[in-house]
Design a binder for this molecule. Structure first.
Ligand code: RFL
Ligand code: PHB
Length: 388
């Protein structure tokens, strides 16, 4: 089999890249280790930057997002029970879209199917070959049979634990911070507690009130890095959430049985560069951010926008300038999102071993945002998304 680009991974990065390339007339095959249902069963990000929304609309996959997504003009920051609204619309004239990653993935899968583009699910033992030559190829096993696809380029969109970055592990430089805590997330069929998202810093730990629809909510509490979900009954979760969010929210919180509950570890990670010969890394395969800034999915989108532009230039204009600039362009934006996600994490979490000095610095950070329009504007620019 032959194609122009083999895309490894059918998460948001791989599927969106497939859609953008299809729109540019470039052929691609997507290879995914899991089944489509498994991919759709993962509950992850919920906030789309304004640029992500524009990209999804321009790519022709934004219809349901525009109909069902919830446009938000601000967020609430809370610290020790005190609440302060960051009004994006007033501060910088922008908004974000609350629309789950599961829905974005479903829309991209539907568009791919409608276009008749090839996705191989449950592809095992995906292996990359000859990435430094002119004609790389990728092998995989499906239903016990080995297949090979020859291509011009390989896009490694296979997430943090994928095979692509592992293939070049002797050549990457990595930068990492592992946080000593995780986020315990619960999905519940109840209306959101508050019109907007609440990010709450509290001595007992961080909490976040998010949402998926007018009838479905997503909540998180900071937990120990070593905790097991089995230790967290629904009752324990709701008690802990109520203690950490502002009293006016706790009073009106509607609880119910969790329909999903999982723990995500928190990590900052960057692999440099993002290109090795004819292999490009994109999304979580190249970098991880703690979810506090809601940047993970959005960074995957900016990566594949740069990459698809570069590949379009290569095929349509016969110029390598775009693919040659890919790694540097993507990394410049990645590091700004890393900084923002790290700063939000520092401001709002309870760090083991933190002393009263650390706590006062966190409070001063919150007071700076409350008292300075410039500081609130800087947060708003980062949260709603830096320009591509
Ligand atoms: P994904 O979504 O991980 O998709 C990668 C895909 O590659 C497949 N794969 C392979 N396929 C073939 N062969 C192999 N050897 C393969 N190895 C892996 C995987 O099955 C998968 O389908 O990466 P992508 O596309 O780069 O998208 C990135 C986003 O998914 C990610 O940044 C965010 O979801 C991060 N993230 C969150 N971000 C937020 O902004 N808010 C959140 O609340 C939030 N929660 C999360 C998260 C990430 C999590 N992970 C990765 C552990 C919660 C979790 C649990
Ligand atoms: C979510 O809704 O899952 C969500 C929202 C904002 C974040 C992280 C996760 O910062």
């Amino acid at each position: 089999m032959n194609t122009q680009v083999v895309i490894i991974g059918a998460g948001p990065a791989g599927l969106l890249l497939g859609q953008l390339l299809h729109n540019h007339g470039v052929d691609a095959v997507v290879l995914e280790r899991k089944s489509a249902d498994y991919v759709l069963g993962r509950i992850r990000a919920g906030v789309l930057e304004h640029g992500t929304r524009t990209v999804l609309n321009a790519a022709g996959v934004g219809t349901r997002m525009e109909a069902e997504g919830l446009a938000h003009e601000g967020i609430e920051l809370a610290f020790d029970g005190q609440i302060h609204r960051i009004d994006f619309e007033d501060l910088i004239g922008r908004e974000v879209m609350v629309y789950g990653q599961t829905e974005v993935t479903r829309d991209l899968m539907d568009a791919r199917e409608a276009a008749g583009a090839v996705t191989v699910y449950e592809a095992e033992e995906v292996t990359l070959h000859d990435i430094d030559g002119d004609r790389p190829h990728v092998s995989y096993v499906k239903d016990g049979v080995t297949h090979e696809i020859a291509c011009d380029f390989i896009a490694g969109c296979d997430g943090f634990h994928g095979v692509s970055r592992r293939t070049v592990q002797d050549r990457v430089q990595t930068f990492e911070r592992v946080y000593p805590f995780g986020w315990l997330g619960v999905l519940v069929e109840k209306p959101p507690v508050w019109p907007e998202l609440i990010y709450a810093g509290h001595p007992r730990g961080f909490a976040l009130c998010s949402q998926r629809s007018p009838t479905r909510s997503r909540y998180y509490v900071q937990c120990d890095g070593t905790d097991d979900v089995a230790e967290w009954s629904d009752d324990r979760f709701w008690d802990e959430l109520r203690r950490r969010i502002p009293p006016e929210a706790a009073e009106v919180l509607q609880t119910g049985p969790s329909i999903e509950k999982s723990i995500a570890p928190l990590r900052s990670f960057v692999a440099e560069p993002m290109r090795f010969g004819r292999l490009f890394l994109a999304g979580d395969a190249a970098h991880i951010v703690p979810p506090t800034g809601a940047k993970g999915l959005n960074l995957a989108v900016s990566d594949v926008v740069y990459l698809s532009d570069g590949l379009k230039e290569y095929y349509v204009e016969r110029s390598s300038a775009g693919i040659d600039a890919y790694s540097a362009r993507a990394l410049q934006r990645v590091w700004k999102a890393e900084r923002f996600s790290w700063a939000m994490t520092q401001m709002l979490h309870a760090f083991p071993g933190a002393d009263p000095f650390d706590r006062r610095i966190q409070r001063a950070e919150f007071e700076t945002l409350r008292g300075s329009r410039a500081a609130a504007q800087a947060l708003s620019e980062n949260y709603t998304g830096l320009d591509f």
